[in-house]
Each structure stands twice: as C-alpha cells, then as structure tokens.
Design a protein around this ligand. Sequence first.
Ligand code: SF4
Length: 334
Amino acid sequence: MNLHSISRKSITALGLCSGGLDSILAGVLLRNQGIQVQWICFETPFFNADKAKKASQQTGIPLLIQNITPIYLEMLRYPRQGYGKYMNPCMDCHALMFKCAGNQILQTNAHFLFSGEILGQRPMSQTRPSLNYVEKHSGFKGYILRPLCAQNLEETIPEKKGWVDRSQLMNITGRSRKRQIELAEQWGITDYPNPAGGCLLTDQKYSIRLKDLFTNGPYRDDRDLYLLQWGRHFRLNETCKIIVGRTQNDNEKMMLYYRPNEDILLNIVNYAGPTVLIPYGCDPQIVEQAAAISISYTRAPETQATAVKCTGPSGVSHMNVYPLSKEISRLLMI
Ligand code: SF4
C-alpha cells in the first residue's frame, strides 16, 4: 500500500473519553492529523458521562454515551484480574470498555479505537503488561492506539497501515502531567478536570457499602447502587439496612430514590433531624431500632421518648422512641 496516497480525512477513530485531560489530548492529537475523531463514554451507577460531555462541548468532538450497567455488573462481581485498592476492577473495566467501544465500530464506521492511557501513569492498570492484557481481552488486539505514549509501545495496525502517522504521536510516560499541561496550553485547552475522582469504585466508603450490599442486600436493582453514595448506612440484620441522611443534600438525594410503595420513611417530629430510609421495609421491631438510631442524630434529649413519623406502603403511623446511644449506633454502621 502506498502510505502517502492515504487521505487521513477518510480515516475515523473512536476513542474512550473520560473527560479528563489525557483523553482530551488524545482526541485532539489525532484530529490534528486530519483523522475524523469520535468519542464514546460509558455510564453505570459508579461513573457518568458528565465530564466527557463537557470535553465534547469544548473540543467539538462528537460524543456517544452508552449505559453498560448490566454487563458491567457481571464483570464487577468476578473481575478476572481482581480489584485495585478498593472495589475498582480497573484492568477488566478498561478491557470491557474497549470491548463495548469495539462493538460500536461498525455503527460509527471507525477504523480503530484509541484512548488517552499513558504508560506508567497508574501503578496497576497502566503498566505494559496491563495495557497488553486490556488489549487482548477487549477482542480488538492490534486496533487499540494510545496516541500519548504510542512511540513507547509496539506499532499498532493503524500505524502499520499508515492510517496514523506514528512520527506525530507522543512518547509520554509516567505520572508527571507536565507535558500534558504544556500540550493543553499549546492547543488552547483551558478547561479540564483534576486528574483524581469520578469513579465511586475507588472510594473507600462506597466500596465497603457495595461489598456489604452484594453480600447481604437488599439488592434488587440499580437504585440500590445509587443510594450507597449518600448518608450513613447501618446494617440492622442480615436482610435489612437503613440510610440516615447526614446533610440536606443527602436527604434530598435519598428522596429522589424513595419508593413509597416499597420503602419505609422515618421523620423525627419535633426536632430537626435526618431523613431515614429503610429500602424495601422491615418488621416493626427493626423500624423501632431504626427510629432510635435516627433520634441519636438529633438534639432530642436522651432521657425522653421522641415522636417519630413512620410512612410505609400501608400508611402513616407514629411511635415514641428513646434514642440509641451514638456509640452503639456506630457499631452497626457499614
Ligand atoms: S477508576 Fe473506575 S472507571 Fe476507571 S478504570 Fe478503574 S474501575 Fe474503571
């Protein structure tokens, strides 16, 4: 094939986009070569496409958003390479994302896939063996280009075929962001998020709660995963847990996921206090225990019973309950 005869305008690349600086740079770098660039971003209860949407608006690179929750959960239960520090299965997560992106290759007319990954940037998921693992298990071996560190990696099919000019790709390695920040300045990219954050599976507290939910439940659908983000969580028995709002924002977010036909909601009557949600309800004894915990997070006196309103699928009732001591409540906290 005469490489010089190839017009890169006819080449299309589909890239994973998290919305972070590296994925922005990888997209812009390929676009600067005349390649038609598109992005894809995946959503689950653990991460969303908000940052990717911003990146797409800023750069004008079109973005496809796909919810992959069912298939992601299958992987998350038993990731082949296990978890990182918390419940983050980064290597299998990347492999799955590339696999899902690859499944869009036909619809998007893409010739190859790419990402903003950088060799050596993350101790576990961006080593040479990890990048190879991801590629192998994505099902698209040879078709995944990492433009920011490509010169340090084996030549990919898009480079061999001349779809991409390898000499214009980068050789960035390691954790420093100096080169990326210089490139951003050079290319007029001014608005990009901090590197950390964005995935709940890397959050310690969330991961502990997720493990508990997977082990004990009650876990029926995605809303139980969303609810793990807010409030204090207490396990009251093997099948029942309660969520006690900590802030106004917690209370509001919990109410978005409240299901009047299934859940029990507790409110303290005479004192400012948290919203308390018992997903899928529980028996009256446990409701009383939940009320006692929630009163301990108010200014109600310890020596007096306090009125608590209980709203359940069968109607509203009231009870007077003594608070449980905070020390004992804490023992039940997940
Ligand atoms: S941090 Fe989260 S989204 Fe990113 S690779 Fe790891 S598990 Fe996947």
